[in-house]
Design a protein around this ligand. Structure first.
Ligand code: GDP
Ligand code: MG
Length: 177
C-alpha cells in the first residue's frame, strides 16, 4: 500500500466578503501564514489559499477565497461565489458604515450562491478599542436575526482568527457529512 495515498476527504470553498479595508486579506494572511500587513499590500491578487484543518480525525481542505479589491467597485463577480459552501462576512468594528453594509453583502451571497451557504459574521479590528463604533451586542443581535454565526476578531493581534475559520469549517462539516 501507499501510505501517502490518503485521499482528501473534503474540500470546502469559503469566500471572504465585506467592504473594502475591513481586513479580509489580513484575516486570511493571519490564518494561513501568521502574517500581518500594516498597509494594504496584502491584497495581492492571490485568488485563494488552501489550509488543512482536522475535524473528527478527518482532514479537511479549506479553500479560502479573497477578493483582489473588486469590492471597492461593487464588482465581485459570480465566479467568485460559484461553488462556495461557506462565507465570512466581515465588517470593521471601528467603521459603522461597514456594519450597515453587511445586509448588502448577505443579499449578494443569496443572489450568487445556489446552496445555503454557511455564514459567519465577523467584526474585525477589536484591537481598536478606543474607536469602536459597533458594539458586540449589535453584531451578535444582527447575526441572530439573520441566522449567522458570530465572532469578533483582530487580524492584528490574532485574537479569534483561527477560531473564526475553524468554526465555519466545523459547521460546514456538520451539515455536509
Ligand atoms: P481588505 O480590503 O478587507 O482586504 O482589508 P485589508 O486586509 O487590506 O486591511 C485594510 C487595512 O486595515 C490595512 O491597513 C490593515 O493593516 C488594517 N487591518 C486589517 N485588520 C486589522 C485589525 O485587525 N486591526 C487593525 N488595527 N488594523 C487592521
Ligand atoms: Mg483585500
Amino acid at each position: 500500500y501507499v501510505e501517502e495515498d490518503h485521499i482528501q476527504d473534503y474540500l470546502f470553498k469559503i469566500v471572504l466578503v465585506g467592504d473594502s479595508a475591513v481586513g479580509k486579506s489580513n484575516l486570511l494572511a493571519r490564518f494561513a501564514r501568521d502574517e500581518f500587513y500594516s498597509n494594504s499590500k496584502s491584497t495581492i491578487g492571490v485568488e485563494f489559499q488552501t489550509q488543512k484543518i482536522v475535524i473528527d480525525g478527518k482532514e479537511i481542505k479549506a479553500q479560502i477565497w479573497d477578493t483582489a479589491g473588486q469590492e471597492r467597485f461593487r464588482a465581485v463577480t459570480s465566479a467568485y461565489y460559484r461553488g462556495a459552501v461557506g462565507a465570512l462576512v466581515v465588517y470593521d468594528i471601528s467603521r459603522r458604515r461597514t456594519f450597515e453594509n453587511v445586509t448588502r453583502w448577505l443579499s449578494e451571497l443569496n443572489t450568487h450562491c445556489d446552496m445555503n451557504v454557511v455564514t459567519i459574521l465577523v467584526g474585525n479590528k477589536t484591537d481598536l478599542k478606543d474607536s469602536r463604533e459597533v458594539s458586540m451586542e449589535e453584531g451578535k443581535s444582527l447575526a441572530e436575526s439573520e441566522g449567522l454565526f458570530f465572532m469578533e476578531t483582530s487580524a492584528l493581534d490574532a485574537s479569534n482568527v483561527a477560531a473564526a475559520f475553524q468554526t465555519i469549517v466545523k459547521e460546514i462539516y456538520e451539515i455536509l457529512r
